[in-house]
Design a protein around this ligand. Structure first.
Ligand code: FES
Ligand SMILES: [Fe+2]
Length: 380
């Protein structure tokens, strides 16, 4: 993304580098370890997830009429399908005859969906098309027996599913101050180059912490990305409940007198959006990471998905090699073997009862901002 979009933030980051001091709170912060092992807390957080718009797919995953994907969220299955009118819709993935799970593949393209139990058949708009031996159902009105719909909005290149909307706010208004940036980024024009979903033995909030402080870069990432970044310098902005932060690379001062409209910010500074509650969007020089966290069945487990978006699918071996290297270094080492691995280590210490309070340095205060926002938003 062109650096001039972030002119005011770049000015602040450069001032911080020159001063040798990033964003800091006035004092240390404390987080309660119980919030990572407590079952009631997990239930409250899962209830929060059901009320918020969650990114469940990139738009290209259902690009044509009949393209569908199935998403399992906390024990509920959802069918997301693009209709013959071009509109993507979401439904509970359960047959309206007796509740049987309807579609058992994770993705595909179909004109209709037929239930494995008694072959009730539904169209791509969720409408009930056919009932075998319909004479056995006197009075059944097929138009009232379509699949149960769920709120789905297609915005900024993603499909956002809200299971239990509390008010009819658009994704754009929910994203508040992040909307102009996401409009400009146009991630809908990107393609998925890499996509992997894994389980983790750590609470869903812990890996998000990794993207909210730069205190760990020089140690945890000493063998991967540490050489590229300033230590302990980061600038964060709040668009409640969301957070955006900027971590400068070692060449960031080159932006000081540069024509920002001719520079790509992510070659000098890494902007990261924490789209509340569970998505980390990280800008790399030539690609974009979308990491989504989902709570697991216990407080100490979670599921994470990493999608790497690229402006276009590479055509040459050299282009493929470039993105393969990005995937190897970022996904395989920096995230999986460092940030996510260390989250499991922290969870183990919390599980063991070895620590009651997590202590935050003055420049780790965004963790507290995030944890407090989760606590506030997950109150019944
Ligand atoms: S449960 Fe689906 S057709 Fe009977
Ligand atoms: Fe990290």
């Amino acid at each position: 993304m062109k650096a001039n979009f972030y002119a005011s933030q770049i000015e602040k980051v450069i001032a911080m580098i020159k001063a040798g001091k990033g964003d800091e709170a006035s004092d240390i912060g404390i987080l309660t370890a119980q919030d990572y092992v407590n079952k009631e807390r997990l239930l409250a957080e899962k209830a929060m997830f059901r009320k918020l718009p969650l990114i469940v797919a990139h738009s290209t995953e259902v690009s044509s009429a009949g393209d569908f994907i199935v998403r399992e969220l906390d024990g509920r299955s959802f069918l997301i399908v693009r209709g013959d009118d071009g509109v993507a819709r979401a439904f509970y993935n359960y047959c309206q005859h007796r509740g049987t799970k309807l579609v058992h593949e994770s993705e595909g393209c179909r004109k209709r969906f037929s239930c494995p139990y008694h072959a009730w058949t539904y169209g791509v708009r969720g409408n009930l098309l056919g009932v075998p031996r319909s004479d056995l159902f006197p009075g059944l009105n097929k138009s009232e027996k379509g699949l149960k719909p769920v709120t789905l909005e297609e915005s900024f290149g993603f499909l956002w599913l809200t299971q239990e909307p509390t008010k009819a706010a658009s994704v754009e208004s929910y994203l508040s101050g992040l909307s102009p940036e996401l409009t400009e980024l146009d991630l809908g024009s990107y393609q998925i180059y890499f996509d992997k979903t894994r389980t983790l033995k750590a609470n869903w909030k812990l890996p998000i912490f990794a993207f909210l402080e730069s205190y760990h870069i020089s140690t945890l990432h000493r063998n991967s990305i540490a050489d590229f970044f300033y230590e302990n310098i980061a600038y964060s902005e709040r668009f409640p409940p969301h957070i955006r932060s900027f971590v400068p690379r070692k060449n960031a001062l080159e932006l000081a007198d540069a024509d920002l409209s001719a520079r790509n910010i992510s070659e000098y500074i890494t902007p990261t959006n924490i789209v509340f509650p569970n998505v980390c969007m990280i800008a790399h020089p030539s690609s974009y990471t979308i990491i989504s966290m989902f709570p697991g069945q216990t407080p100490g487990t979670s599921i994470w998905r990493h999608m790497l978006l690229v402006p276009e699918i590479p055509k040459t071996d050299a282009e493929r090699a470039h993105f393969d290297k990005t995937v190897a270094v970022l996904d395989g080492i920096t995230y999986e073997k460092e940030d996510f691995w260390i989250s499991e280590q922290a969870q183990e210490g919390i599980n063991a009862g070895a620590i009651e309070e997590l202590v935050l340095a003055k420049n780790e205060y965004m963790l507290k901002v995030f944890a407090d926002t989760v606590a506030e938003w997950s109150q019944a």
